[in-house]
Design a protein around this ligand. Structure first.
Ligand code: ADP
Length: 376
C-alpha cells in the first residue's frame, strides 16, 4: 500500500520510520529540498500542500492520503475525495480545524467546554469589556507553535496586536496545559492515551517539557479523557488527533484546540506506551485494528531545539553519552541545517518513578547540544 501525507517534516518522518518496518511505503508532499521525512524513510514529491496541481500529483500515486499539517488546500481535497480517494481525516474535518474560530464554534455548539471567546474580528470595545484584560488574540488561520497568538495587556500599544484576521479569547491564568491523543478509526473504534502535562517556554511559546502521568485527581483525568473524545466526535474525526486542554484552578477543563494529526505531545508514546501514536496512525490508514495505548512507564519528553547563536550545518554533541543512560531514548530528525530554536529531535526518559525520570531528563538536557556550524 502507498500512503500519502501532505507535509514532510518530523511528524511525517516519524510515521515513515514506523511504515518502513512494514511492506507499505510513505510518500510525502513537501516544498523544501530534501525535507526531513525524506531522510527518515519516506519518498518525497517536491511540491506544496496548498497547490491544487501538486496535491493532484501525490493523489495520483497513493492509495490513501493524510496530513502532517493543518494548513492544506481543503477545497481540492474535497474534490479528490469525491473522485474516490480516501482522505483521513476527512476534508470537512480538516476545514473546520484549520479555522480556529470555526473549530471553537463547533465545540461551543456541541456543549464542549472552551474558554470564553468572541467572534468579533475587530478590536471592538464590546469585546474587550466582555472578556476582560489581558485579552488573547488569535489568528483565525495559519498559526502554529505560538505564532499567531498574542497576549494583549490593557496598556499594550496597537503595534502589539496581530494584524491578520483574528478573534479574541478570555485569558486563562496559570492554566495547567494538558494534551490527550485520541485515535478513531473508520468503524468508529476509539483508543485514547493517558494525558500528558505540557510546560512551555513562555517567551517563545514552544513546548519545552512534557510529562506523564500528571499529578491530578483521577476524577479530572477521566473528565479530560471524556471531553477529548467528545471533541473529536463533534468534528466527526477519523484518524489521529491531539487534543490540547487547559485546566483552570485545578477544577475547570477547557478544550483549547485540536490537531488533526500526530502531535508533539504524543512523542513519548514511541518509548513509553504499548502503541505509539505513529503506529496507531498507520493502523488507521492501513485499515488494521487499533492496538492498546496503555502507559508502560512514567515518562518525561523534551524537544531538542537548535541552540541560539548558531546556524548552518547541523552538529550534534552528547547524543551517544545520553543514549547509554538506562531509560533514555534520543530521537534525531536528521535535519541537514540547524537554526535557533528549530525542532531537531526529542528525548524521552522512562523510569519506574516520574520523579526519577524528571531528574534524569534534567541531566540529559545539559548533555546534548544541537547547533549549526556557524556563529551568528
Ligand atoms: P498554537 O496553535 O500556536 O499552538 P495555542 O492556541 O495552542 O496556539 O496557543 C499557544 C500557547 O499560548 C498555549 O499553549 C498557551 O500557553 C497560550 N495560550 C493560548 N490561549 C490561551 C488562553 N486563552 N489563555 C492563556 N494562555 C493561552
Amino acid at each position: 500500500m502507498k500512503i500519502g501525507i501532505l507535509g514532510g517534516g518530523q511528524l511525517a518522518g516519524l510515521l515513515a520510520q514506523e511504515i518502513i518496518r512494514t511492506d507499505d511505503t510513505l510518500v510525502v508532499l513537501d516544498p523544501s529540498d530534501n525535507c526531513p521525512a525524506s531522510f527518515m524513510g519516506a519518498n518525497q514529491i517536491k511540491g506544496s500542500p496548498l497547490s491544487e496541481k501538486d496535491i493532484r500529483r501525490i493523489a495520483k500515486e497513493v492509495d490513501i492520503l493524510t496530513v502532517e499539517i493543518e494548513n492544506v488546500n481543503t477545497d481540492i481535497l474535497k474534490v479528490i475525495e469525491s473522485e474516490g480517494l480516501t482522505i483521513l481525516p476527512k476534508p470537512e474535518t480538516l476545514e473546520i480545524i484549520k479555522n480556529k474560530l470555526q473549530q471553537k464554534s463547533v465545540f461551543h455548539k456541541a456543549g464542549i467546554p472552551t474558554c470564553d471567546f468572541f467572534s468579533e474580528t475587530k478590536r471592538s470595545v464590546k469585546c474587550r469589556d466582555e472578556l476582560g484584560w489581558p485579552l488573547v488574540q488569535k489568528a483565525i488561520q495559519g498559526g502554529y507553535d505560538g505564532r499567531g497568538v498574542a497576549i494583549i495587556e490593557k496598556d499594550n500599544s496597537p503595534s502589539d496586536w496581530l494584524s491578520e484576521p483574528s478573534y479574541f479569547e478570555e485569558f486563562v491564568p496559570e492554566a495547567i496545559e494538558l494534551a490527550i491523543m485520541v485515535a478513531r478509526d473508520t468503524k468508529g473504534n476509539e483508543r485514547i492515551w493517558e494525558p500528558t502535562q505540557m510546560e512551555f517556554d513562555k517567551k517563545r511559546n514552544i513546548l519545552s517539557t512534557l510529562f506523564s502521568p500528571p499529578a491530578l485527581e483521577k476524577k479530572i483525568i477521566e473528565e479530560a479523557k471524556r471531553i477529548s473524545i467528545k471533541a473529536v466526535r463533534s468534528l466527526e474525526g477519523i484518524g489521529l488527533f491531539g487534543v490540547e486542554l487547559f485546566l483552570k484552578d485545578k477544577t475547570s477543563l477547557f478544550v483549547n484546540e485540536i490537531a488533526p494529526r500526530a502531535h508533539n505531545s504524543g512523542h513519548h508514546s514511541i518509548d513509553a506506551c504499548e502503541t505509539s501514536q505513529f503506529r496507531q496512525q498507520y493502523n488507521i490508514l492501513s485499515n488494521k485494528p487499533l492496538t492498546g495505548t496503555s502507559a508502560i512507564f512514567p515518562t518525561v519528553m523534551f524537544n531538542l531545539l537548535g541552540e541560539p547563536g548558531f546556524e548552518g550545518k547541523t552538529n550534534v554533541e552528547g547524543e551517544q553519552a545520553a543514549s547509554k543512560i538506562d531509560g533514555v531514548f534520543v530521537h534525531l530528525y536528521n535535519k541537514i541545517n540547524c537554526s535557533p530554536y528549530r525542532k531537531m529531535g526529542h528525548v524521552t526518559v522512562v523510569s519506574e518513578r516520574l520523579e526519577d525520570a524528571k531528574e534524569i531528563a534534567s541531566k540529559v538536557r545539559s548533555l546534548i547540544r544541537v547547533r549549526g556550524d556557524k556563529k551568528l
